[in-house]
Write a protein that binds this ligand. Structure first.
Ligand code: AMP
Ligand code: GLY
Length: 426
C-alpha cells in the first residue's frame, strides 16, 4: 500500500520512519518533507507540494493511487483537508474542519469544555480592547493571568502576564496593533494553572481510542525552563508524572467526555488528539487541545510503539480500532532538539551540516530531521529547529545519555541545544 504524509518537520520524518517499517507499505510520499526524508531513500520520496495546497495534494493522492494519507501539521486540518479527501473517497487520518476547532479556536474549545464539565482553567472571552481592559483593571483580578488569541498563531499566541501593565500591553498588541490579525478577533483571558505539564496522545475512530505513552515537552529555549517559548526543545516518554491513577482520571474526565461530546454535538472527532495537560497534585486540567500529534513528542512516542502503526491507522479510519492491539515497548525514549543559533528569534540558514560517520552504527538512536535541506550533495540547515535526536534506553537515564552522545556527533555553525532534557523527571 501507498501512504502520503503531509508536513515537513521532525514529526513528519518520524511518521515516515514509522509507516515505512510496516511490511505492507510499498511506498511513502511526504509533502513537502525535508532533507532527512529526502535522504531516507528506498520507498520514501519527497513531493514538492506545500502542506496547505489542498487541491494539489488531493490530485496527487488520486494520480498516485494513495491508499492512506496522514496529516502531520494543523494548518491543512483547519483548512478542511479531511473533508476534501473524504468527499473524494480518499482515506485520511485526521479530524474534519469542524472537529479541528478543538485546536483552531480556543473559544470553541473553552466553551466545549464548559458544556461537558471537562476540567480546565476558568476563563473570560473578549471581542474588543475596552472589555478586556476593564476586566484587567478590576481589583479582584488575580495575576499572573494567561492571555490567548483564539485562532491559530503557530504557537505564539499565548502570553503569561504578571501585572496590569503587561496585560494592557498585550491587549493593545492584539486588538490595536493586530499582530495576529483576525486570529485575535476573540481573546481568551484565563486563570494561570499551577503544576507540571504533560502531553497525552490519542488515536481515535470517533468513539474508541488508543493511548500512546504520555510524554513531556520542554517548551522554553533555555535550561531550567527559562527564556522564550519555542516549538519545543526536547521531550521524553513515558512521563512518570502521569501515573496510572492520573491516566485513569485523564481518560474518565477528559478523553471520554471529549470524544462523546464531539460525537453528540454532530462532529465526531477522528484522528490524533493531543491533550496538553497541567497536573497539579495528581489532578489533571486541560491546558489546550491540538488536532494532531505534538512535535517533538512524536519523536519519542512513535519509537516506543511496538504494534504495527499502519494497522492501527487503518483501523482508526474504518472504525475498528476497538479490536486492535496497541502495545508499547517497555523502554524509555528521549529526544533532544538541535536548533539554529538565535532561534526562536532571528537565525541564519544554509549552514553546512557535518554528521560523524560512526553515528549510523550507533544502536537505539534515530536522527529525525526538521529544518534541513539538501544543497546538491551537502546537507544544510533550513529552519529554526534543525534536528530532533532520539535515543531509546532501558531506563530514562540511559536514553538521555545516549541521546546526548549522538548530539555530539552532529555539528553546524551556531548549533544550540538544551543540556537538561529529561532532568526534571530524575
Ligand atoms: P497553549 O498554546 O495554549 O498550549 O499555551 C502555550 C503554553 O503556555 C502552555 O504549554 C503552557 O506552558 C502555558 N499555558 C497556557 N495556558 C496556561 C494556563 N492556563 N496556566 C498556565 N500556563 C499556561
Ligand atoms: N509540542 C508542542 C506542540 O506540538 O504543539
Amino acid at each position: 500500500m501507498k501512504i502520503l504524509i503531509i508536513g515537513s518537520g521532525a514529526r513528519e520524518h518520524a511518521l515516515c520512519w514509522s509507516v515505512a517499517r510496516s511490511e505492507r507499505v510499498t511506498e511513502v510520499f511526504v509533502a513537502p518533507g525535508n532533507g532527512g526524508t529526502a535522504l531516507m531513500g528506498g520507498k520514501v520520496h519527497n513531493v514538492p507540494l506545500k502542506a496547505t495546497a489542498l487541491h494539489d495534494l488531493l490530485q496527487f493522492a488520486k494520480d498516485k493511487e494513495i491508499d492512506l494519507t496522514v496529516v502531520g501539521s494543523e494548518q491543512p486540518l483547519e483548512l478542511g483537508i479531511v473533508d476534501l479527501f473524504r468527499a473524494a473517497q480518499k482515506l485520511i487520518v485526521g479530524p474534519t474542519k469542524a472537529a479541528a476547532r478543538l485546536e483552531a479556536s480556543k473559544l470553541f474549545s473553552k466553551e466545549f469544555m464548559d458544556r461537558h464539565g471537562i476540567p480546565t482553567a476558568g476563563y473570560h472571552v473578549f471581542r474588543d480592547a475596552q472589555g478586556a481592559n476593564s476586566f484587567i483593571g478590576q481589583q479582584e483580578t488575580l495575576y499572573p493571568l494567561v492571555i490567548k488569541a483564539s485562532g491559530l498563531c503557530a504557537g505564539k499566541g499565548v502570553f503569561i502576564v504578571s501585572d496590569k501593565g503587561e496585560a494592557q500591553k498585550v491587549i493593545r498588541e492584539l486588538f490595536e496593533d493586530r499582530i495576529f490579525g483576525d486570529a485575535a478577533n476573540e481573546v481568551v483571558i484565563e486563570e494561570f494553572l499551577q503544576g507540571q505539564e504533560a502531553s497525552v496522545f490519542v488515536l481515535t475512530d470517533g468513539l474508541r481510542y488508543r493511548l500512546f505513552l504520555p510524554a513531556q515537552d520542554h517548551k522554553r529555549i533555555g535550561d531550567g525552563d527559562t527564556g522564550k517559548n519555542t516549538g519545543g526543545m526536547g521531550a521524553y516518554a513515558p512521563a512518570s508524572l502521569v501515573t496510572p491513577e492520573v491516566m485513569q482520571k485523564v481518560e474518565e474526565r477528559i478523553i471520554l467526555p471529549t470524544l462523546q461530546g464531539m460525537s453528540e454535538e454532530g462532529y465526531p472527532y477522528t484522528g490524533f488528539l493531543y491533550v496538553g495537560l497541567m497536573i497539579n497534585q495528581g489532578e489533571p486540567f486541560v491546558v489546550e487541545y491540538n488536532a494532531r500529534l505534538g512535535d517533538p513528542e512524536t519523536q519519542v512516542v512513535l519509537p516506543l510503539l511496538k504494534s504495527d502503526f499502519v494497522a492501527a491507522l487503518l483501523a482508526s479510519v474504518d472504525g475498528t480500532l476497538g479490536d486492535h492491539p496497541f502495545e508499547m515497548h517497555r523502554k524509555s525514549a528521549t529526544t533532544v532538539v538541535m536548533a539554529s543559533g538565535g532561534y526562536p528569534d532571528h537565525y541564519e540558514t544554509g549552514k553546512q551540516i557535518t554528521i560523524a560517520e560512526d553515528l549510523a552504527a550507533m544502536e537505539d538512536c534515530l536522527l529525525f530531521h526538521a529544518g534541513t535541506a539538501c544543497d546538491g550533495d551537502q546537507l544544510v540547515t533550513a529552519g529554526g529547529r534543525v534536528f530532533s535526536v532520539t535515543a531509546l534506553g532501558e531506563t530514562l537515564v540511559e536514553s538521555i545519555e545516549r541521546a546526548y552522545r549522538v548530539v555530539e556527533k552532529i555539528s553546524f555553525d551556531g548549533a544550540y541545544y538544551r543540556k537538561d532534557i529529561g532532568k526534571k523527571a530524575l
